[in-house]
Design a protein around this ligand. Structure first.
Ligand SMILES: *[C@@H]1O[C@H](CO)[C@@H](O)[C@H](O)[C@H]1NC(C)=O
Ligand SMILES: *[C@@H]1O[C@H](CO)[C@@H](O)[C@H](O)[C@H]1NC(C)=O
Ligand SMILES: *[C@@H]1O[C@H](CO)[C@@H](O)[C@H](O)[C@H]1NC(C)=O
Length: 405
């Protein structure tokens, strides 16, 4: 405890010591706050002009500025060359303005900028020369704009970019060359757009990518080989596709075998999953399949997951017959099987007598006792005998019916 107190006191003391006001004769724009912070023993000038109702970038920003925060103002345009003298700038924050266009040359001179935030602006297009001078850029935030048109290779040259946010825009299609040059990209945020298919060709070269977010788009079908080339990816999210019906059997072929997390939830029409899709991914730690329209899933789809994996299956209209008895068995043997995170919400939609019941409290015998199970022999194959009997029976009924009419 004492140790903790001493430590906190030290932290407080050092942070108090390391930041100071800029001297009057070297203060920068009067509308903004100017402080000097020592990071690793080196002074860094921070100019903070957040929320000052500025309609343009103020003049007189000192050339040694390290971080310039112009967020939440009313800036509509930035003339080319505005930042040209700021050779020490590493962070440029322009979120929450009304910037609609970025002319070529806007970021000229910003060779050391690592973080550029342009979220919550009014950008509609991305073009090839926009960011080309930002050779050190590691993080680019274009979240919540109105970007609909992306042409050429707007990120070409950004070989150090690690994180790219394009979420909450109006993107429908991504050209195959869009991510060209992104040799270090680790996180790609594409959620909340209008993308209609996995941009397979565009992401193909992203072999350093670790996280891919595609949720809340309008992907219609996840085809075989959709993610080919993502050999480092650990997280993929595909949730929230209102019209997605099927994930094809080999949708994940070519993806990093060590994939850790896969989310495909909240797709109300997602009905078809194949047993092959997850089989290679024995390192999955989290598989989210909740709130879809899945009524059947063969045991083979999940049996290769490791026992540390956590799986979510709730909110689906499960047909609780003998074909789902494996899942009922899993629930009785939690130590032997991958973990089911939401057991108490895995409910039956059919047959009628089990409707709305929790699968984990359904009597094992009730699953086996269904009419449909009588058509299945113990190996799970459709038996010729019962089928024949059933067809003869319906033929008889049909004949009987036609005689009565
Ligand atoms: C996906 O791949 C599997 C196996 O190669 C194949 O059987 C299936 O037809 C493919 N799906 C489509 C739509 O091509
Ligand atoms: C994957 O996503 C989860 C939740 O979004 C996050 O907590 C985790 O850190 C991510 N893991 C990796 C390796 O990116
Ligand atoms: C859900 O799946 C069933 C078949 O299992 C289908 O009849 C129904 O139309 C599907 N619902 C939606 C919303 O797609």
């Amino acid at each position: 405890m004492l140790r903790f107190l001493v430590l906190s006191a030290l932290v407080l003391l050092s942070s108090a010591q390391s930041t100071r006001e800029c001297p009057d004769n070297d203060y920068g724009p009067s509308q903004c706050t100017c402080t000097i912070t020592a990071l690793a023993g080196i002074d860094h000038r921070i100019i903070d002009c957040q929320g000052k109702s500025l309609d343009s970038v103020p003049t007189g920003i000192p050339a040694d500025t390290f971080s310039l925060d112009l967020s939440n103002n009313a800036i509509t345009e930035i003339p080319a060359g505005t930042f040209q003298t700021l050779n020490s700038l590493e962070q440029l924050l322009l979120s929450g303005n009304q910037i609609a266009a970025i002319p070529d040359g806007t970021f000229l001179g910003l060779d050391d900028v690592k973080v550029l935030k342009l979220s919550e602006n009014r950008l509609t297009t991305l073009t090839s020369e926009m960011f080309s001078s930002l050779l050190s850029l590691e993080q680019l935030d274009l979240e919540d704009n109105q970007i609909a048109t992306v042409s050429g290779s707007p990120f070409n040259g950004l070989a150090r970019l690690r994180e790219l946010r394009l979420n909450i825009n109006r993107i429908v299609n991504l050209p195959t060359t869009v991510f060209q040059g992104l040799e270090s990209l680790q996180k790609l945020y594409l959620q909340d757009n209008f993308i209609t298919s996995v941009p397979t060709q565009a992401i193909r070269s992203l072999d350093t990518l670790i996280e891919l977010y595609l949720e809340n788009n309008d992907i219609l079908n996840v085809r075989n080989d959709s993610f080919v080339g993502l050999t480092s990816v650990l997280n993929i999210s595909l949730s929230g596709q209102p019209n997605l019906v099927e994930v094809e059997a080999f949708a994940l072929r070519g993806v990093n075998r060590n994939l850790e997390r896969l989310e495909i939830k909240d797709c109300p029409k997602l009905t078809i999953l194949h047993e092959e899709t997850f089989q290679e991914f024995t390192q999955l730690q989290r598989l989210v399949l909740s709130n879809n329209n899945i009524s059947r899933l063969p045991e083979a789809a999940l049996k290769d997951l490791n026992r540390q994996a956590l799986v979510t299956l709730s909110g689906n209209p499960w047909i609780c017959d003998c074909r789902l008895s494996w899942l009922r068995d899993w629930m009785d043997e939690p130590v032997m099987n991958p973990g089911l995170l939401d057991v108490s919400n895995v409910r039956c939609a059919a047959p009628p007598k089990l409707q709305d019941q929790q699968l984990d409290v359904v009597d094992r015998f009730d699953l086996d006792d269904e009419d449909v199970c009588n058509l299945l022999n113990p190996a799970g194959q459709i038996g010729a005998g019962p089928v024949l009997v059933a067809s003869l029976f319906s033929l008889f009924c049909a004949l009987a019916l036609s005689f009565t009419v």
